[in-house]
Ligand binder design. Structure first.
Ligand SMILES: C[S@@+](CC[C@H](N)C(=O)[O-])C[C@H]1O[C@@H](n2cnc3c(N)ncnc32)[C@H](O)[C@@H]1O
Length: 233
């Protein structure tokens, strides 16, 4: 049952890969007009600046890397980046964006399901954006513990995710209940899928990170759209 739901989520992102960036750059169904879009981009800038404040390091692991929106930032921080995603379509777009990056950073891509991922190494920084909210609640503790074991001593985890908001999702997605962990998503062609979406608050995210054994947990939010956290392993 859970395996089927995880596979549907992977299938959704495979099918959405080519239109994924429309969400982040507020294009088409995600365009809420100048004022609201500006608010979105101003809040993106806040989390981008928080990420840029991270210490430069040798190795970074990005889970659920997607099309590379954040990989583009991570090359400013780390010398070696490992990117994992279950969708080859996402990885291809990420590779196209990052290919020949002028930093000449070494990026290794691994196409695999995070839930069957067996970490082979430890990293100075583990990063994931808009991923934790898709981890089914019954799997989140195990997932975060696996992540913690993969952070080097003195290493860090940086998370970005969504706050509940009526203007972050596509206009033709129905108004949702913040507590409903299953969401129906539509592609531009009308095809529908169901995904998990869990909206963490500062306290609930902090609790999960403490349970997984992380320390010095700093969870912040922007005014409307994002929750982000930098923690020690
Ligand atoms: C909301 S997107 C986030 C992409 C990227 N982190 C970003 O912020 O732009 C979720 C990503 O998770 C990937 N994904 C979904 N299920 C996965 C799984 N079980 N294992 C690995 N990646 C998965 C999707 O292919 C997609 O790239």
């Amino acid at each position: 049952m859970i395996d089927k739901a995880i596979q549907e989520q992977i299938n959704y992102y495979k099918a959405r890969a080519n239109e994924y960036d429309e969400w982040f750059y507020r294009i088409g169904r995600y365009d809420y007009g100048v004022e609201i879009n500006q608010r979105w981009f101003a809040e993106v800038e806040i989390i981008r600046n928080a990420l840029r404040e991270q210490d430069k390091c040798q190795s970074i692991l990005e889970l659920a890397c997607g099309t590379g929106i954040w990989t583009q930032e991570l090359i400013e921080i780390g010398e070696q980046i490992t990117c994992i995603d279950a969708s080859e379509e996402m990885i291809q777009i990420n590779q196209q964006k990052l290919n020949g990056n002028d930093k000449n950073i070494n990026i290794e891509y691994q196409q695999l399901d995070v839930f069957s991922w067996q970490p082979q190494a430890q990293y100075d920084l583990i990063f994931f954006a808009f991923w934790l909210s898709h981890v089914p609640p019954i799997m989140v503790n195990e997932f975060l513990q696996k992540v913690r074991r993969s952070v080097k001593p003195q290493g860090k985890l940086f998370i970005i995710d969504s706050l509940f908001s009526q203007t972050s999702h596509a206009k033709n997605h129905h108004s949702r209940n913040e507590r409903d962990i299953n969401q129906k998503r539509k592609l531009n062609n009308g095809q529908t899928f169901e995904v998990f979406k869990i909206y963490y608050q500062q306290d609930s995210l902090k609790d999960k990170l403490i349970q997984a054994g992380f320390q010095n947990i700093d969870v912040k939010t922007t005014d409307n759209y994002f929750i982000y956290s930098s923690v020690e392993g």
